[in-house]
Design a protein around this ligand. Structure first.
Ligand code: BDR
Ligand code: CA
Length: 371
């Protein structure tokens, strides 16, 4: 098999960790390197986390490059409330002593892309964090874009609500100027004239929920990978319960990796997209779905996903198991996304004299609280 060359630009991050685990378990990908940006945690912490993940996956041959420590313009706001102070759910894993990361992620991206261009072997980027490194790359090394294959970015939202403001998703909200610069480049840069950003936003990633039952199943199939995932997601589970009354956790980033490998996992449409950089709607993706502006369609906005197939794909890869063998149990325990669940027509009867809390009886009916 001809594995596709990729660099994963990320901010690990619990779901980044799961995405890296998926990528490193997938023979379709040749992961050349991991570049780190500040996002969920500072770039320094994120780089250390990448080293931990590579150690778990026995892939310490892959280099880790530390990139931009601050967003282009706005003040940096981390997501340690979601991912824990260490970025991996306060799981307490040690940073491997035997390996270190290097500085210079943007330069590394540029050199790798130049090399890809001269070897006529396009290099793709899967971006799982704020796009600060990519914006710097475009500003400082625009010629390197000749080597770019595809860009898949986890970020943004079309019809779904935001996850850090009513309208904005975290990666684009954290560095809206960078996100906007990258989208603009896919509109105007001559080397990107035939390319579009694949936007894996909250419309699709909210449907990907790692539930306690699925986690338990992973533990049964592969206890060692199960133990790692259990340790890093406990904090994330608690956050999701407090924040959104979700039992389990939404795992955004692995869907971007899965989609890069298998296009049939998500569907959407081409459109011009811009990212709002200021004010009330900072970080919001403005998707011109009806072509008001007659601009180049710089993005493919993914809006539909088959969450069951994704989960089967994800588990089979990280647990090295035949997907067909997973079906009987997965069919038993998989909970369809909120918009595909039947609504309970009436709240269940409350015990005598106790008003029924409808959120618990009718979870899909409470607007704005579902995954
Ligand atoms: C994105 O923000 C981060 O918290 C996650 O790692 C993911 O990349 C979801 O909005
Ligand atoms: Ca991320």
């Amino acid at each position: 098999m001809n594995a596709r060359k990729v660099i994963i630009d990320c901010d690990p991050g619990i779901d980044d960790a799961l995405a890296l685990m998926l990528a490193l378990s997938s023979p379709e990908l040749d992961v050349l390197g991991i570049t780190i940006t500040s996002g969920n945690v500072s770039a320094d912490k994120g780089a250390k986390n990448a080293l931990k993940i590579l150690k778990w996956m026995d892939r310490t041959d892959i280099p880790v490059y530390l990139g931009e420590r601050l967003p282009l313009v706005r003040d940096y706001v981390n997501a340690e409330d979601t991912h824990g102070e260490d970025g991996l759910g306060e799981s307490g894993y040690d940073v491997p002593a035997e390996r270190s990361y290097r500085e210079g992620a943007v330069r590394y991206l540029a050199d790798s892309l130049h090399h890809a261009a001269s070897a006529s072997e396009p290099l793709s980027i899967i971006a799982l964090g704020p796009m600060t490194n990519l914006a710097r790359l475009i500003k400082d090394y625009p010629d390197s874009l000749a080597g770019l294959g595809e860009l898949v970015s986890m970020g943004g939202n079309y019809k779904s609500h935001g996850n850090c403001s009513p309208v904005a998703e975290y990666n684009y909200w954290c560095d809206p100027h960078a996100a906007n610069l990258v989208y603009e480049a896919f509109e105007t840069h001559p080397l990107l004239s035939d390319k579009q950003i694949h936007m894996i936003g909250l419309d699709v990633t909210r449907k990907i929920v790692l539930t306690p039952n699925i986690l338990e199943y992973i533990c049964q199939i592969d206890p060692s990978i199960g133990e790692i995932i259990t340790k890093i997601t406990r904090f994330y589970f608690d956050f999701h319960w407090k924040q959104e009354q979700v039992i389990g956790c939404v795992i955004n980033d692995p869907l971007a990796v899965a989609y890069f490998i298998d296009r049939s996992l998500c569907h959407g449409f081409s459109a011009y997209t811009a990212v709002e950089t200021e004010g009330l709607c900072m970080g919001q993706t403005v998707v011109d779905a009806f072509d008001f502006w007659k601009k180049k369609k710089n993005s493919i906005v993914l809006t539909e996903t088959d969450a069951f197939r994704f989960m089967c794909f994800f588990i089979s890869r990280i647990c090295h198991t035949d997907p067909a063998a997973l079906l009987p149990v997965l069919q038993q325990i998989f909970v369809p996304p909120a918009d595909q669940r039947p609504l309970t027509p009436h709240p269940c009867p409350a015990p005598h004299g106790v008003p029924a809390p409808s959120a618990f009886c009718q979870p899909a009916a409470k607007e704005g609280l579902q995954p």
